[in-house]
Design a protein around this ligand. Structure first.
Ligand code: MN
Ligand code: MN
Length: 471
């Protein structure tokens, strides 16, 4: 090899001094590839069956029962080897496995993710008719770009609580026998004025009206009763035995009617609704069920209401979390303060993957990339890390050693460039209770859109990371 003046040789030593991300697919052997692809198949089924927090909760509670988990009630005495679940109002679930170690010294290994996703909720008095069309008023849930939710098929999921207290489950638009719903947008031929608006203003909050029907109530005796709205009320009463007033005590959400699908010729990626944060939730519940080792006490939390600030009894700010920790402590006669001081938490939530279509919003060195493993965010927040727990270097160091030991591929990054925007997770609510916490999640493309994309490799590495953390 001829060397010119100024050239230098990068020795192996220098290579070892540099940090480089690892692409999972680049180094995966046949066995790992098979595991990655098989894992994604079950995940896609979960995603299709769990489009709301209620459905995800039901799926996980059923899985827990199959695994022999027992329902927890306050006052129960717990012992090592116990496996319990706590179903909080059908929207938030805790899975707890009591280990052999003394929790006052070893703490609890906590994995916390969320099972709610951005969507479009019906208002409490939704039904109205305009110019021969029956429509439904909505109020969107979570941060979404409103224009993305028009002109796509939507399914209606949720519950209606009747006056007598009976609960009607609703799931319409997911199979060929049921209709879908829709929010209209303008045709390009007539959108000249709309096109001049800012993207954020093109579709307003009160423009997200759902198309419910178009046939008037023909059997009505009076001409003024032959309305499309009346016909919809008749159909709702025939099929669900509900009245218009029953919407007052209903939770009905419009979610994309799409099914999860492989994306790309090589099928490396999965497209679907609600990867945020059901992808981490799925990996977390799978990890606690699959992990046989019994040394640590493990808690998996699948929270609700993360997308609207983690408020309320089913959100991560609920006292239920400390109540359950206290209940564990009471069983073993140890101090809750000691347990929390020695506990460790992975706040498992998705993060924004670097998108070559929109390179401007990311800083390349500190972005997470698709298929390069679970993405750690040492801090989140906005405007100078504001609102972030910013994990200790010591705790990140602990996880580095752990993941290295178990061969977990992970990467680190921030959610976009400094001052480009930002976001938060449930991490701070747990960290504020004196528990070491860091964010680790699957990188997502088009987050909060009706159809998000993740890498199968990242989903699998996330699962491996949880396994390493709890074993
Ligand atoms: Mn999230
Ligand atoms: Mn989110």
């Amino acid at each position: 090899m001829n060397l010119n003046k100024g050239d230098f040789i990068v020795s192996d030593l220098v290579k070892n001094l540099m940090y480089k991300r690892t692409n999972v697919y680049e180094q995966a052997d046949e066995k790992l590839m098979t595991s990655i692809f098989e894992f994604a198949e079950d995940y896609k089924e979960f995603l299709d069956s769990s489009k709301t927090e209620r459905e995800a909760c039901e799926y996980v509670v059923n899985a827990a029962k199959e695994q022999g988990y027992q329902p927890f009630e306050f006052g129960m005495q717990l012992k090592p080897g116990d496996r319990i679940y706590y179903n909080n109002r059908g929207k938030n679930v805790y899975l707890i496995k009591i280990g052999e170690e003394n929790i006052a010294k070893d703490g609890i290994r906590i994995v916390a993710s969320h099972i709610d996703s951005p969507r479009i909720d019906l208002k409490q008095v939704p039904l109205y008719e305009s110019d021969g069309i029956a429509l439904g008023k909505t109020h969107y849930y979570g941060g979404l770009r409103k224009y993305q939710w028009t002109a796509i098929p939507l399914a209606l999921h949720g519950v209606v609580v009747r006056m007598d207290g009976s609960v009607v489950p609703v799931k319409i638009g997911e199979d060929a026998n049921t209709p879908a719903f829709y929010i209209s947008d303008l045709l390009p031929h007539l959108s000249a004025k709309q096109n001049r608006k800012a993207l954020s203003e093109a579709i307003g909050g009160e423009d997200l009206n759902i198309w419910f029907g178009n046939i008037p109530y023909q059997a009505a005796e009076n001409k003024e009763d032959k309305t499309v709205k009346n016909n919809i009320l008749k159909i709702l009463n025939e099929q669900y035995r509900i009245t218009e007033a029953d919407f007052l005590s209903a939770e009905l959400s419009l979610v994309p009617a799409f099914k999860a699908m492989d994306i790309g010729f090589d099928r490396a990626l999965v497209g679907g609704y609600g990867h945020d944060d059901r992808v981490c939730s799925y990996a977390a519940q799978k990890a606690i069920f699959d992990e046989a080792s019994d040394s640590h006490t493990v808690m998996v939390i699948l929270a609700d209401k993360e997308e609207i600030g983690s408020e309320g009894p089913t959100g991560m700010q609920s006292a239920l979390f400390t109540d359950l920790v206290d209940a564990l402590c009471d069983s073993f006669g140890v101090s809750s303060a000691a347990v929390r001081a020695n506990s460790k938490c992975i706040s498992a939530d998705v993060t924004a993957a670097y998108d070559p279509n929109f390179p401007d919003v990311c800083e390349k060195e500190n972005s997470v990339y698709l298929s390069c493993g679970a993405g750690m965010m040492k801090f989140t927040g906005a405007r100078g890390k504001s609102g972030s727990n910013d994990a200790d270097a010591e705790y990140v160091g602990f996880l580095r050693r752990l993941f290295d030991e178990y061969g977990v591929i992970w990467q680190t990054g921030e959610l976009g460039k400094v001052d480009a925007g930002g976001g938060g997770t449930i991490a701070k609510y747990i960290a504020n209770l004196n528990i070491d916490t860091v964010d680790l999640g699957v990188p997502v493309i088009s987050m909060h859109s009706p159809y998000e994309v993740i890498s199968k490799a990242d989903l699998y590495e996330m699962y491996l990371a949880f396994r390493a953390f709890i074993q």
